[in-house]
Ligand binder design. Sequence first.
Ligand SMILES: [Zn+2]
Length: 483
Amino acid sequence: MKLCKRCVNPDTGPTIFFDAEGICPVCRYEEEKRKGAIDWDERRRELDGILQWGRENSKCSYDCIVTVSGGKDSTTQALFARDELGAKPLLVSCVYPPEQLHERGAHNLSNLISLGFDTISISLNSKVWKLLMLRGFLKYGNWARSTEMALYAVRIHAAIAYKIPLICYGENPAWTIGEKHGRLGGDASKLKLGNTISGGPTSLLTTDITAKDTHFYFYPPDEYMEYANLRLVYLGFYIQDWSGYNNGQFSKKHGLEVRSDPPERIGDLWGFSALDEDFRIVNQLLKYLKFGFGHGTDQVVEAINSGMMTREEGLELVRKYDGKCDHHYIERFCHYFGISEATFLEVVESLRNHEIWKRNAADEWMLSVERSDPINLELPCGEKSTPGKGLILGRRLDEAQDHLLAGQGDPQGDDHRVLGEGLPIQEQGDDVVPVQAPFLEGLEVLRTRAKTEVGWSAWPAQWCASSCQAKAIHAMRSRAPTW
Ligand SMILES: [Zn+2]
């Protein structure tokens, strides 16, 4: 499992895509934002035009539909649509059955309605709902396969029924978590092709639950959608300060009730995600076993890019809290479905991805994340280091010490040879890396060994002056993920 070289996004996400330099799309997008390369005024004009289209094509008094749960993102969207855009939105909600809905979720939806919105809530047969969830869990290790599709589909049904063709979604996940579901701009029309909802619950139906029981679990046929002239947009794409953290803080000021559990119980750093029910916490545990990351990673990616924390601090949080799910939530999950914890654990263990999970010497499961990374670095002296062919430099984090690691070959392959380790390195500031004198001495020892012991020709014959070394090492530090 490799991580993005700037944040902590792993390469195991189902639709994640890194560029040639190993940087994830979230980091690239945030880089564009920081450079001022995005014309927000132009985006706003585009959004105003879309809203105008919505007004002109609506056959009733609402300009658009905003789907809501009452959580941080939907509260932000509803208030933005009404107060910033001057729109008259109809809010549509697919409410969890009473047995699953948390009081916090009921409060938050009530709170949103009390902020002054017309809202349609659709509740589905709780027995069908639960059975589809259980089948999704037992068959795919994903209880949300059916419910997530219903949450997406009800808004489409409502748009067609009330003839309101403009439907607003929240974020484009390509730019917030790096997963591509459909298009990369503000157009959300391809969202239904997303990994987790693609196909919906079709494979979960049997003679006791048929298509007649699951109308709201599926999008209407494409021809209906075309006839209704629907237009789906990611509102978050047009909002400059859109982020999970900002939305949470904004919504709290407008009455949002958040979780009080600490992150070691719920794997959620801020406590304001997926507030309407608690099984999402279990789902993050399942995701952690399948893909090696949970919701904490998404939050840390965002926090690193917004400057709230360094990559090292983020890595520490991910290590400590990602995928955490207190036993209390597992008990509730098993009780809801009427399954034993033994059955639960059997399913959970069957999900574990053995390519990324390995047993350590104490026979405990450990996530296998690359400690050091080969550096394809154009050294300031003009030489090039290429994994597998010559110089490799990596970084190893042992206990509290950072070490420079030098060797030969591809560190991921069988034939690599570690020549030795330099002394601890230190960093100050963003661009300048003062290198301690003992470190230079250590580097010199490695260089000598490289020449005398293996005739390492790729080692730069004229190793640069210390300032160049400093830059090279700094580049290496900023690229190398550690675990
Ligand atoms: Zn990244």
